[in-house]
Design a protein around this ligand. Structure first.
Ligand SMILES: [Fe+2]
Length: 292
């Protein structure tokens, strides 16, 4: 099922938000607790047995998806924050769509540096969001930002997307979460920090000027991460396949199991979140790998 909540949406040019009663969304629905499940960096292949550093990525993605659906409150939507397919194959995206459709939930996808934007648009349809898109859920403004540029591993948002993001956030006073692939601040791993969002300070400036932005949620770093800058949390999430060790000068694998992030959006604008991992996973990435 392509991502759709049936509620207000926009891409790039936001609507002007009309006034609304407290506790009521613009669509008239009573605001309530909503749950999003973030799955990131599945790195799927056309070959269902395809491996990244000795981990069969389709198998680990299916295991994490099954865990997420079983061990979190009923989800309102799934969010996939990039590196969806590792080999830029049509079959990889078809597989992803098939697996996500099977959940019966709306889902939203943004690209990572390993993705093909044209193939995402072709094969994921309206679930492929960006360059800047917003979706309303339970009185929250969910903003999806494509932080990638073709041919670059690191992120860069650029003036046009920053302007659209500014509009998307400024147009809506509702509590907001911004999803993107690359991390906007250093995570204290020198090799990885070279690949962060180059103009992350501009992004942080938007959050600073709009305190309704409660969190920036990214993928890319293949590890759990949390930092707070004033009222805005910067959250990183384990990959559904291979994990990277935190605070390393050079590329290094971690032994933690794959996992996902649960995000609970409360009607009063509070955000609760936790990372949930598989209870062990039989495949272990090659620790001698020098990169991927
Ligand atoms: Fe990745």
């Amino acid at each position: 099922m392509p991502a759709s909540t049936g509620l207000r949406t926009f891409d790039i040019a936001p609507d002007i938000a009309p006034s609304q009663a407290p506790g009521e969304t613009r669509s008239g629905r009573t605001a309530q607790r909503r749950t999003l499940l973030q799955l990131t960096d599945p790195h799927l292949f056309a070959d269902p047995e395809g491996q990244l550093l000795d981990v069969t990525t389709r198998r680990s993605f299916e295991a994490v998806l099954e865990l997420a659906l079983a061990h979190s409150p009923p989800a309102d939507a799934l969010v996939l924050t990039g590196d969806l397919v590792h080999d830029e194959s049509r079959e990889g995206y078809r597989t992803l769509r098939r697996l996500l459709d099977r959940t019966g939930l709306p889902y939203y996808c943004i690209p990572g540096n390993h993705d093909s934007r044209p193939l995402m648009d072709e094969l994921l349809g309206p679930a492929a969001l960006g360059p800047v898109a917003a979706r309303e859920l339970g009185g929250w403004n969910l903003v999806f930002l494509d932080s990638t540029e073709p041919g670059r591993e690191g992120g860069r948002i650029g003036a046009a997307r920053l302007a659209a993001l500014r509009d998307a956030v400024a147009a809506d006073p509702s509590p907001a979460v911004i999803f993107l692939h690359q991390h906007p601040i250093p995570v204290r791993s020198a090799w990885m920090d070279k690949l962060r969002v180059e103009d992350g300070d501009e992004l942080l400036g938007i959050c600073d000027r709009h305190p309704q932005v409660k969190a920036l949620v990214c993928g890319h770093i293949h590890q759990e991460f949390e930092h707070r800058i004033q009222g805005c949390r910067i959250l990183g999430t384990p990959s559904t396949c291979v994990q990277f060790a935190p605070r390393q000068a050079d590329f290094a694998i971690d032994t933690h199991a794959p996992g996902y992030r649960e995000l609970t959006l409360l009607a009063d604008g509070a955000l609760e979140t936790r990372v949930v991992r598989l209870d062990g996973y039989p495949e272990h990435p090659s620790r001698t790998a020098g990169g991927y």
